[in-house]
Design a binder for this molecule. Sequence first.
Ligand code: 5AD
Ligand code: SF4
Length: 434
Amino acid sequence: MVSKKLFIETLGCAMNSRDSEHMIAQLREKEGYETTDDLKSADLIIINTCSVREKPVAKLFSELGVFNKKKKEGAKIGVCGCTASHLGDEIIKRAPYVSFVLGARNVSKITEVLNRERAVEVDINYDESSFAFNDFRTSPYKAYINISIGCDKSCTYCIVPKTRGDEISIPVDLILREASRAVERGAKEVFLLGQNVNNYGRRFSGEHEKINFTELLRRLSRIEGLSRIRFTSPHPFHMDDEFIEEFARNPKICKSMHMPLQSGSSKVLRDMKRGYSKEWFLDRVEKLRSVSPEVSISTDIIVAFPGESDEDFEDTLDVMRRVKFDQIFSFKYSARPETEAEHFTNTVDDDVASRRLTTLQNLATDILDEKNKTHLGKIYSVYFEDLIQDYYVSGRSDNNLVVKVKGSDELLGQFRDVEITAIGRTILTGEIVG
Ligand code: 5AD
Ligand code: SF4
């Protein structure tokens, strides 16, 4: 039988990447699809969308138009993910050639909507927390595993609770089984995913053993053959001492922490309903560094949230200078439908927002350049995952530095000691020394 071809484009975060893997798994197993990079030969085209900021949403419709022109006769187009959740049947109204719309919380229904004309499945109360997806992973070396779905927070800028619904934790035994299976198949690293991973255990659907995130980490680390555990995103509000101490003490937990600050101003944090202050955030960083001095810390920052004054922005720069983040993801505030902040009228002018973003990013680059120098000559244990151009292989150190060495695919899935010999902003170069 000639297999049918699936072209899938994934936007947004790691959770969306895992949702795409789940869709591929179901479509392979139940419908005989194989993935392709060639849009024109695809029988099914899927865009797995993100709606966290406005720009990617605007891009969706122009991209759909292009796909519709290029696709082969009879090929179907499906729109999935967060924008599917929030726009629902409006997508088919604006782009009538779209065959189905599938929300970010309805991924397990992919084979069902495929066979229903103009299906729209976007129920954000749908519970697929115990659904056993078929097994498909893009990388054999690192296994992404969802530990919760949805989000219970009410950050005033954020659309995600409206696209992914209430938070439900995945049962512990399912997570442990998935991790063990991935390790049996050769993965030495697991990457746990959730909107608020360290809120794990808050709510399960049905009767399940209730444990918190720290205990989940302990249990996962007992899996033999598993060397590394990473996770994203933890919430600064839930970073209690028990969690930070387990993070530091447990050798399988990689020493890299994402701490989404969003703003350094306690007033803006209050308006954002983040649940912590500038002082709390700095205190958590201090605690973390005191028990885990080698930890690298990354963050997300939004500039020009409504009402952000020059002084508020100065507070963000102040936190930047004190913490010296190893990586930042920074964004201009973008008003999103169905959020509280959408109705805030004290908006910041776009030229001020642009200036602040540039100032922030320049500071982040200066800090990074300074920090990068300290890596020269150091030796890190690198887990190799990707073949890159010109016979190089790349991987990550425990504290999340991206490192490349000359080498071939024999290095993939292997740990090696690497001495850093050259510094670049996004990737370091090294030589294997052990
Ligand atoms: N505008 C700008 N950035 C946003 N983010 C979330 N919502 C918005 C918004 N409305 C950012 C936050 C979050 C990251 C994934 O995207 O920094 O941590
Ligand atoms: Fe985008 Fe947020 Fe949805 Fe991820 S959860 S795809 S970042 S809107």
